[in-house]
Design a protein around this ligand. Structure first.
Ligand code: HEC
Length: 135
């Protein structure tokens, strides 16, 4: 019984110390992630635009449930940070201010958009500007 408890103690000791060790190693060796290149942002933004279901309501050129990406980018004058501010719920809509329409988009902002990182929002906005460039 004694040896068994000793064994458990040793086990606990090691599991704690290895956790600490990995923490230390990660802290010291994890490189600072550089900002994504423009191409990677566009690539990631494109993927997120469909994965996060934006595409079901926003087509690039046609009005669907929501305004087209072309329409949005035109009204925002390609201002990525203003789009990001809107997606973070920090500014009011300017493209379509019909209250029923605003409520639909607001539900996204209050819901899943809360869980999207700043880097991902930046990628989405970059993609939106890029995809309209030749339209
Ligand atoms: C269920 C449908 C729906 C989904 C999904 C959706 N949107 Fe919208 N979106 C709308 C509607 C409707 C509007 C028009 C109301 C408005 O402009 O606020 C809108 C407006 C917008 C606007 C313009 C806001 C303004 O200033 O008027 C942006 C930018 C936008 N959406 C981005 C996105 C992005 C990015 C996603 C995905 C992360 C997304 N939307 C997902 C329906 C949707």
């Amino acid at each position: 019984m004694r040896t068994f408890s000793f064994f458990i103690l040793v086990l606990i000791f090691f599991s704690c110390s290895t956790d600490k060790l990995t923490e230390k190693v990660q802290k010291h060796t994890a490189p600072q992630r550089p900002e994504l290149s423009l191409d990677s942002k566009i690539f990631l933004g494109n993927r997120l635009f469909s994965e996060k279901t934006c595409i079901t309501c926003h087509s690039v050129t046609r009005k669907k449930i929501g305004p087209s990406v072309v329409h949005i980018i035109k009204d925002y004058n390609k201002d990525k940070s203003a789009i990001i501010a809107f997606l973070k719920g920090k500014s009011k809509p300017i493209v379509d201010t019909t209250s029923s329409q605003v409520a639909i988009m607001q539900a996204n902002i209050d819901g899943f958009l809360k869980k999207i990182t700043d880097e991902e929002l930046d990628a989405i906005a970059t993609y939106m500007v890029h995809v309209t460039e030749k339209k």
